[in-house]
Write a protein that binds this ligand. Sequence first.
Ligand code: NAP
Length: 320
Amino acid sequence: MKAAVYKKYGPPDVVRIEEVDKPSPRSVEVLVKVFATTVNRTDCGFRSAEYFISRFFSGLFKPKFEILGNEFAGIVEAVGKDVALFNVGDSVFGYNDTKFGAHAEYMTIAEKDAITTIPPDVTFEQAAPLTEGAHYALCDIRAARVKNGDNVLIYGASGAIGSAAVQLVKYFGAKVTAVCNTQNVEIVKSLGADQVIDYMAQDFTRIDQKFDFIFDAVGKSSFGQCKPLLKKYGIYISTELGKNSENIFLALLTPLFNGKKVLFPLPAIKKEDVTFLKELVESGKFRPLVDRSYHFDQIVDAYKYVETRQKTGNVVITLT
Ligand SMILES: NC(=O)c1ccc[n+]([C@@H]2O[C@H](COP(=O)([O-])OP(=O)(O)OC[C@H]3O[C@@H](n4cnc5c(N)ncnc54)[C@H](OP(=O)(O)O)[C@@H]3O)[C@@H](O)[C@H]2O)c1
């Protein structure tokens, strides 16, 4: 089969399309013929090993798993002998950031992991980008215990995580103030934000409002900057470590005091999460924002685009 392989850490050009052996499913796994996948910031983080810590998961000196790709949508082509939840021919989507492997014509995943069936009328290209940004956002929103009536500010609302966060926070009944660039204001409004601040025209830290939760989905702000905007027991979460990794230390320190807190939850995804996201799609409460698509043969260009850090939502890769 064809796969996008990387044998060393580095820039997008370390990725090459090569012929490799097609995987075989173990007894508890399904074999998925991949029709669509994505290139996202998680793939970029592991490929570049920009943060050394990622090597503890992906291999200290060179990648343990040579095929990246965590989001996938496709058709079950074969099932292991003990698989009970899926049948050959099922259309499925999901997420795998332990083994990756979706940047290939075929991949395997255990049936108990983050995989479920694609709702009717949803295409492979729409299903593939459902999980990466959304599960990070979901994890942080749950940690902040967002509830009906809360006032939430989302900074970086046009990224994969931010655009999912706007929709998920609305689903949980909170009021959303979203911050993005001029060109994305209308898009972010269309995701359901109640108020959109164009950061090119206005400094959001100067607005005269207080929030229960400030979620920096692109990691460009600091707790110090956002603290005055938080209510007495308000919560700040950033997707980045911050200057000198301060968000880790603040997440250890601030919960010891009775007041404004920084949290730094470790992301995780389970089958229940993909099922939950599927239900939101079925009920029209969530749709992943897609910036552009590339054919599999252009995956290196897709990496280069994602690394501009300017994508609006998600970048999809098609394999058909
Ligand atoms: N290391 C990892 O494994 C990993 C994995 C996933 C995510 N993350 C981190 O999580 C963050 C978000 O990921 P993502 O995939 O959602 O990002 P993304 O999709 O790449 O975010 C790009 C978006 O952020 C907006 N943006 C950039 N600078 C901004 C600023 N100063 N203020 C407001 N918006 C800004 C961009 O719009 P404009 O520039 O046009 O405004 C663009 O729409 C990133 O910092 C990423 O590094 C890390």
